[in-house]
Design a protein around this ligand. Structure first.
Ligand code: ADP
Ligand code: ZN
Ligand code: MG
Length: 490
């Protein structure tokens, strides 16, 4: 039978703040030594009192504004009670019935389909357990206990593993744009749980299974696709899906039963008696709204309309805010560079400069960044120098071969491109006399290839062009050289 998958996500993200959610301990996800960022509050000592971290609340308000949520005027805290060794208080301070954000939506990049958001709330993270099976002990590190954690819950609007992974990717990007979380899944800064059921063609909702521990975008997709297959088989055999929590076994590539799912009432939620409800200042909310940065979807759209970029180029640039900023600065600097030499670019030329810059940023520059694992704002190449290089290419003063060499030199030294052109004598050679002289030399030295070409071997011409280009240090256009060679050998 054909069932329709019904998928909802619960996504946790560690927030970037100076201190933890309810105490003054440092919020440092990179701390390697265990149990150094701890205090009586986050280790759950009796008699201590929590205090609310304002920055964390503001982060979640801004996330809600970016997603078009309604920001609750009054929000409150609740205790979620359960026992586990990584939870020193025996309860987690979370939000039950008055989350900071209600509703909202996120548009998927691929289809533009809007996925409804149910809520976004704030809670505290747990500690970390390290299991040492061979000595029969587990050790606890409470550095993470009490770090601010955002939880976003979607409506069950998603339909496939691919869509769910796409949702998580887009959310991650939004969180990064807002600067509220690094949201690196491989570092556990963003964790995804998927709820999945199958709907019969006649419309009845099925039993839902929750899959936990999804720690990469690929795992989100694979685990959901596996689960769709598993549940389909169960239903086809006329059996019933068990409502439960399952985990993902990476090496087997399958989900495995972990426990029967607890219900909300198992947690005995009740209002946190040690914290007052929080009134969210609507003036502040309006200010946050006005100050939101441009979001990824808007940036993609603008890059297409404003610079005439291809869809794929706009998508890749928007996926990296620093690279996108670098690109925009470089374009503007390339225009300035042309104005400086009295060649103010026309509208058409501006668009050509932008395309050129996109090609170089996403080609050679991105390769250099990737090789060095560097980000665009952290290299010797300034946007100004990059823009100047684009202007040189656009004005035909250097060849693309020379441009690549110059870029490598800029990467290594931070030198400006005009200087490099001068020092290395890379100005484009258009002088027919110089090119002819080189060709004569090449022909004399490569008689065999010349013979072969005359006997109809086209590849020999390419060889001769290559030798001549080397001689010219790449400073002439390969096509010009090829044309001159052909004329010579007629
Ligand atoms: P619970 O109380 O069991 O945690 P919720 O109603 O709070 O369940 O929903 C948790 C998540 O499960 C949400 O992301 C929601 O979209 C999703 N969900 C709810 N019902 C279904 C369903 N029938 N199939 C798949 N996912 C569902
Ligand atoms: Zn603390
Ligand atoms: Mg839940």
């Amino acid at each position: 039978m054909n069932y329709e998958p019904v998928i909802g996500l619960e996504i946790h993200a560690e927030l970037k703040t100076k201190s933890k959610m309810f105490c003054a301990c440092k919020n440092d996800p990179d701390e390697r030594d265990p149990n150094v960022n701890i205090c009586p509050v986050c280790t759950g000592q009796p008699g201590t009192l929590p205090a609310i971290n304002e920055a964390a609340v503001n982060h979640v308000v801004r996330v809600g504004l970016a997603l078009g949520s309604e920001i609750g005027r009054l929000t409150k805290w609740d205790r979620k009670n359960y026992f586990y060794p990584d939870l020193p208080k025996g309860y987690q301070i979370s939000q039950f019935d008055k989350p900071i954000c209600l509703g909202g939506e996120l548009a998927l990049l691929d289809s533009g389909r809007k996925i409804k958001i149910r809520r976004v709330h704030l809670e505290e993270d747990t500690g970390r357990l390290a299991h040492f099976g061979h000595i029969g002990h587990s050790l606890i590190d409470l550095n993470r206990a009490g770090m601010p954690l955002m939880e976003l819950v979607t409506e069950p609007d998603l339909k496939s593993g691919e869509e769910a992974s796409g949702f998580a990717k887009e959310l991650r990007l939004i969180l990064k744009y807002l600067g509220v979380s690094d949201a690196e899944m491989e570092h556990g800064q963003m964790r995804v749980e998927a709820n999945l059921s199958l709907k019969k063609p006649d419309g009845g909702l099925g039993v839902k299974v929750e899959v936990k521990n999804l720690n990469s975008f690929k795992t989100v997709r694979d685990a959901i696709d596996f689960e769709i297959g598993r549940q389909t088989k169960i239903l086809d055999e006329g059996k019933k899906v068990v409502q439960e929590t399952r985990g993902w076994n990476e090496s087997k590539g399958e989900t495995v039963s972990q426990r029967i799912k607890e219900e909300s009432h198992d947690y005995r939620y009740f209002p946190e008696p040690d914290l007052p409800p929080l009134e969210i200042d609507s003036v502040l909310v309006e200010k946050f709204k006005a100050d939101l940065p441009e979001l990824p979807a808007d940036k993609r759209k603008r890059f297409k309309t404003e610079y005439g970029l291809a869809v794929a180029q706009a998508d890749i640039l928007a996926a990296d805010a620093k690279l996108a900023d670098f690109f925009e600065e470089a374009v503007s600097e390339s225009e300035d560079a042309m104005e400086d030499v009295g060649a103010a670019p026309s509208k058409k030329e501006k668009s050509a400069l932008a395309t050129l810059a996109a090609n170089y940023v996403l080609g050679d520059f991105l390769s250099l960044l990737n090789e060095a694992s560097a980000s665009a704002d952290d290299t010797r190449i300034t946007a100004e120098n990059f823009g100047e290089l684009m202007a040189l290419v656009h004005q035909n003063q250097i060849t693309s071969t020379a441009a690549k060499e110059i870029l490598k030199e800029m990467w290594a030294t931070g030198e400006n491109p005009s200087r490099i052109v001068e020092e290395k004598n890379l100005s484009k050679i258009d002088d027919a006399g110089i090119i002819e002289k080189v060709i004569e030399k090449v022909i004399t030295a490569n008689q065999k290839a010349v013979e072969d070409y005359k006997n109809g071997k086209e590849a020999s011409l390419q060889f001769l062009v290559g030798v001549a280009m080397k001689e010219l240090k790449g400073a002439a256009e390969a096509k010009t050289v090829a044309d001159a060679l052909k004329k010579f050998l007629k």
